[in-house]
Design a protein around this ligand. Structure first.
Ligand code: ADP
Ligand code: MG
Length: 376
């Protein structure tokens, strides 16, 4: 598990430490720096996967800004605009976790999209995947806010879903992942719903999806003779079972949330799951269930870092803590707000009863603000 992320001169942050817990919630106004935290982790991951973080054969180690997971631009886009002498001119990322600490310092170059890393004397000689398996090992998922929309067919990539076990940064490999892994059991006991037909990934995915849409059933299958797969929905069972519908003829929300559900259910102890706005297109009760699902993944040993605007997700997390489904110290909440050109972070602490230690101004207070005006 990752315990601490330190960002230096990275986008909206001059110098920022962030404690990471089994379930970390990133909240705050639009454009306050939440996604940048996920991007920092994704940047390290894609640099490692491309062989640039720990290169062999005389290649120069570097951060690769534009790859599969994030496309951050050039040095100028990434370095904090208001950097000053106290932090120096370079971009720094440091991660503590899995019993190790790793630091990367990238040399600023305005137009470069490969930022060379300074050789660090203190750097552990082990391969990054041994040093920080949570970040660089298997089980990593990163689902961005812009997920693939409902489609008639989806790509079929053996490499993505079997070799890497990856759903795609937009969830584009989810249907093929579900098709390939549907009969495998869900590992985390807390993730298994007792009313599901069985413990398999497909049955549990259906059961969690039924919390969002009662009666929904799923089919993930190949399209014979093509390199594509398809997703089908049907509703009800037995005599009242509906025809199979294609995703484009079923509400947007169901298909949009499917990658999030599969990412949580497929998570194993040691998996790192980064989720951007999982609440998008979900009704309020569904958003609470989404928090329950992510809590169950965290309680099963995975690590969730989630960006959200949803007070239902926050309250769902607090309720799971109150109901002893997740330890209070297994949570971290960070509220981001802009202060001039940099972002500052306030971190209210969730207590064992689900209470919050503080409510900074602007932190999920819109209900109260509106109610005050309505009651005035
Ligand atoms: N190089 C940079 N220097 C300073 N601030 C930056 C830089 N790049 C982006 N930002 C700031 O970061 C913010 C966007 O961050 P982002 O993580 O996308 O926000 P959120 O996810 O909270 O909506 C914007 O306010 C933007 O001004
Ligand atoms: Mg964002």
């Amino acid at each position: 598990m990752l315990d601490l992320l330190t960002l230096t001169n990275f986008k909206a942050f001059a110098q920022q430490e962030l404690r990471l817990a089994p379930f970390t919630l990133l909240t705050g106004l639009n454009s306050s720096g939440k996604s940048s935290v996920l991007q920092a982790l994704a940047l390290l991951r894609q640099s490692y996967e491309s062989g640039d973080l720990a290169p062999v054969g005389g290649r120069v180690a570097g951060l690769l800004l534009n790859e599969e997971l994030v496309q951050l631009g050039t040095g100028q886009d990434v370095r904090h605009e208001a950097y000053n002498d106290s932090t120096g001119p370079h971009i720094g990322l440091a991660v503590e976790g899995d019993g190790a600490t790793a630091r990367w310092t990238a040399v600023y170059e305005r137009e470069a999209d490969h930022l060379e890393l300074l050789p660090s004397e203190a750097q552990d000689p082990r391969d990054p995947s041994e040093l920080l398996p949570s970040l660089f090992g298997p089980g990593f998922q990163y689902l961005k806010a812009d997920r693939v929309s409902p489609q008639v067919s989806y790509p079929r990539s053996h490499h993505a879903v079997t070799t890497r076990g990856f759903l795609g940064a937009h969830g584009e490999h989810t249907v093929n992942y579900l098709r390939t892994h549907q009969d495998e059991p869900v590992v985390g006991e807390a993730l298994r719903l007792p009313d599901a037909a069985s413990a398999t990934l497909l049955a549990q995915t259906e059961a969690w999806m039924q919390r969002l849409c009662p009666g929904v059933r799923l089919v993930a299958e190949d399209i014979h003779g093509t390199d594509a797969v398809r997703l089908g929905y049907h509703f009800g069972s037995g005599f009242s079972e509906s025809n199979q519908y294609r995703p484009t003829n079923v509400g947007f929300g169901l298909t949009y949330v499917l990658p999030i559900v599969v990412a949580c259910l497929a998570a194993r102890p040691g998996s790192l799951v980064l989720l951007e706005n999982p609440e998008a297109h979900l009704h309020p009760q569904g958003q609470t269930w989404m928090a329950y699902l992510a809590c169950a993944a965290a309680a099963s040993g995975a690590q969730i870092v989630m960006e959200t605007h949803s007070d239902h997700v926050l309250n769902g997390l607090r309720l799971q803590v109150k109901n002893d489904r997740l330890a209070a110290d297994g949570t971290a909440v960070h509220y981001f707000r802009r202060k001039g050109q940099t972002t500052e972070v306030v971190s209210p602490v969730i207590g064992p009863e689900g209470t919050l230690s503080e409510w900074p101004e602007g932190f999920f207070d819109e209900w109260e603000n509106s109610l005050d005006q309505l009651l005035d």
